[in-house]
Design a protein around this ligand. Structure first.
Ligand code: DQA
Length: 144
């Protein structure tokens, strides 16, 4: 549906809250989903929140978002960001705008995180603000 925002999360993001909280913060993915849903309601939008540790699920869900006519996709592909030509191809293959999201700022971290296949194809990127990155990405999605 045109007012749905898919929020797709990659590997290890199911561990948020206990996973390296000094880098990723204390919020769980459910906490973030709740925050997004509250704001989306104010904006007249709906959130479809998903997480998988498997790359192909992210591909399938982006196809599904397009097939359903979703307004936008917020994609935190986690480590697949830095490795996945398949995600790059998928973002190029669909017309649904994709916003790349990261809790941390990958450019301020290890060298291998500086390259982003997702960022090369995405409409834009928001990174480095913890859970707020998702909220800022939602604000962007609502306006494009
Ligand atoms: C991340 C950054 C990635 O480099 C890392 O592999 C993640 C999380 C983030 O949200 O900061 O798993 O996408």
């Amino acid at each position: 549906m045109a007012d749905t925002i898919f929020v797709l999360n990659g590997p290890n993001l199911n561990m948020l809250g206990t996973r390296e909280p000094e880098i990723y913060g204390a919020d769980t993915l459910d906490d973030i989903a709740g925050q997004l849903e509250d704001r989306a309601r104010e904006l007249g939008l709906a959130i479809e929140m998903r997480q998988s540790n498997h790359e192909g699920h992210l591909v399938d869900w982006m196809h599904e978002a397009q097939a359903q006519g979703a307004k936008a996709i917020l994609l935190n592909a986690a480590a697949f960001t830095h490795t996945s030509a398949a995600l790059y191809d998928t973002i190029k293959a669909i017309r649904t705008p994709v916003i790349e999201v990261h809790l941390s700022n990958p450019h301020a971290r290890e060298q291998f995180r500086h390259a982003s296949y997702v960022g090369r194809a995405a409409r834009g990127t928001i990174a480095g603000f913890g859970a707020l990155s998702y909220m800022l990405a939602l604000e962007a999605a609502a306006r494009i």
